[in-house]
Design a protein around this ligand. Structure first.
Ligand SMILES: C[S@@+](CC[C@H](N)C(=O)[O-])C[C@H]1O[C@@H](n2cnc3c(N)ncnc32)[C@H](O)[C@@H]1O
Length: 271
């Protein structure tokens, strides 16, 4: 089975489900405390500078990035989500583009190149490297690359539909509602999980697993702190900070494992 192709097909289908639309158009500022810390870290340095926002979905990050600078370009490869973003922000430069090939964008230009909310996890490992190399290319010397990625040592690794089973509680009305919700969600979750778990793979520093989002409709990469640091170094990026999703704390460079759900990486392209 061609895993690369399969991941693309599965995930691109997931981005256009009703649940993905509901989630990406919901009023939400930060995905987690780590993202808030990361943006605070980036804000001063990127103030008034050219910014590239990759995988914008329906545009959640646009106001967050525009607070740093109005010199903004956003891209996404999922046209229906991009349309939503264009309706909300009709005057911005929002382009239909795959992050694996951003040849329409200039070399050495952006002060910040960002791919938020684990969007980079949706492609296979070779393509992840391709995307990071493209992010490196378009970022100017001395500029920053920012993205988040799922943590293989975190609680999200190995999600399974059994987690949708109703939790016991003393209130019969609340418990009844939970049972109904499970009855409604479980068949789709089981169907998706059964199909997508055929793509599960384990490698030295990363794994591929079905994730609970959109009723197990997506299949993503989970990586480790050392492997992500290694990959960035091999591309020529210097890790400036890694921030845990749950507590928003910067993880010390000597730390090898983290229990964060996902990790926010800020890396610098050398001058
Ligand atoms: C989890 S969603 C996050 C959306 C948005 N950044 C947010 O925070 O609300 C991931 C987004 O990345 C986009 N994406 C995934 N792979 C991509 C690729 N190779 N090129 C461009 N966009 C991609 C998807 O279309 C989707 O909109």
């Amino acid at each position: 089975m061609d895993v690369q192709l399969a991941l693309d097909q599965v995930n691109q289908r997931a981005w256009t489900t009703r649940d993905a639309f509901r989630e990406f158009t919901a009023e939400k500022k930060w995905t987690d405390p780590g993202e808030e810390t990361a943006f605070a870290w980036l804000a001063d340095e990127c103030h008034g500078q050219p910014l590239l926002d990759i995988g914008i979905g329906a545009g959640r990050t646009i106001p967050l990035m525009m607070q740093m600078s109005s010199n903004y370009t956003g891209v996404d490869y999922t046209e229906p989500l991009l349309e939503k973003a264009r309706l909300r922000f009709p005057n911005l430069d929002l382009r239909h583009m795959d992050a694996r090939d951003m040849s329409a964008l200039p070399d050495n230009h952006y002060a910040l190149t960002a791919f938020s909310w684990n969007g980079i996890d949706c492609v296979d490992y070779e393509d992840r490297e391709r995307i990071l190399r493209e992010m490196y290319r378009v970022t100017r010397p001395g500029g920053l690359v920012f993205f988040s990625t799922h943590n293989r040592n975190g609680p999200g690794f190995g999600e399974h539909p059994r987690q949708l089973l109703p939790r016991r509680c003393l209130n019969p009305l609340r418990f009844g509602w939970r049972v109904l919700r499970t009855v409604r969600q479980m068949p789709l979750a089981l169907r998706n999980y059964h199909r997508n778990s055929q793509l599960h793979r384990d490698y030295e520093g990363y794994s591929i697993r079905a994730a609970a989002a959109h009723f197990f409709a997506i299949v993503i990469i989970y990586t480790t702190l050392p492997e992500q640091r290694r990959q960035l170094k091999s591309i020529g990026l210097e890790v400036e900070a890694v921030i845990g999703s749950c507590d928003g704390r910067v993880i010390d460079p000597s730390v090898q494992t983290s229990d964060a759900w996902w990790l926010h990486f800020i890396a610098r392209k050398p001058r």
